[in-house]
Design a protein around this ligand. Sequence first.
Ligand SMILES: [Zn+2]
Length: 313
Amino acid sequence: MSSEIIDETILSELKFEKHKTMTNDIVLKLDTCGFKKESDKVSGCASYLLFSKQKNINTSATRLQLKKANFCKFRFCNMCNWRRSIAVARKLLESLEFLEHQTKISYLFLTLTIKNALTQDLKETVIHLNKSFKRMSETKLYENAVLGSFKTLEILGDNTKDGEVHPHFHILLIVKRNYFTSKDYIKHDTWVQMWQDALRVDYAPVVHVQKVRTIELNKDKNLTALQSAVFEVAKYTLKHTELTRKNCIDFTHIINQTKNMRFYSAGGFLKDMLDFIKTDADLINLKLEKNLLWEEIEELLYNWREGNYFLKK
Ligand SMILES: [Zn+2]
């Protein structure tokens, strides 16, 4: 288990502080571009955090678990996206571990892009991308090779020009362990052709495909392929860094056109397992896990004041 990465029990209030502080940019941007209501909403996000302090009945070790907080659930709130990424990573890890017990699998990362679109056409372009992905996933080649998928949408690239957006998919694909030597193996050129056909465009779109390798975190800690895969995908659920650099015209289009847009989806084996993704609120307000080994010894209430969380005495 890559519990150190995603287990909430070891998250200190410092991590909450970091993500709360990171919301400053988006609060300011919303305010500047006339989204007063949204700005207030994000500004008030997680103004309090209630933790359950628990003791392990065998070892007497203690831990903190978040019990309650007032999250704003705004799509581009750094705090809420951090919460979402923890939930996604946790759920994915659980599902993939389950799958690994059933069958031998490997992972691929697939990035599918389209030429930049005009910002005002963002919604329409994302609808087209989703339809195209569905078309591609229904081809024989894809069906033979891929057992399951988890797909995240990013809407900007690095330094996307003013007036443009760069919606693209990052997809984790689950393939059979022997995929790389089997007849079902899909070469890069073929992926490009498949995506071009699905998009119904007259140019070869940029497509990246790579095997998920173990990531070296530091000298003595390597992640398994499974953990690396989860780590990579969860990362994209956080990335909205370019958004606050946009001018107000682009920013307004993006905020308005992404309302109710789904940023994650799962296919194949993972579809049923990751059904939870429909309930965004659950992703942010993670439920406290019941565990008989841990008992609550006290509640700790933190309030946000002038850039810090203070423990209420
Ligand atoms: Zn929030």
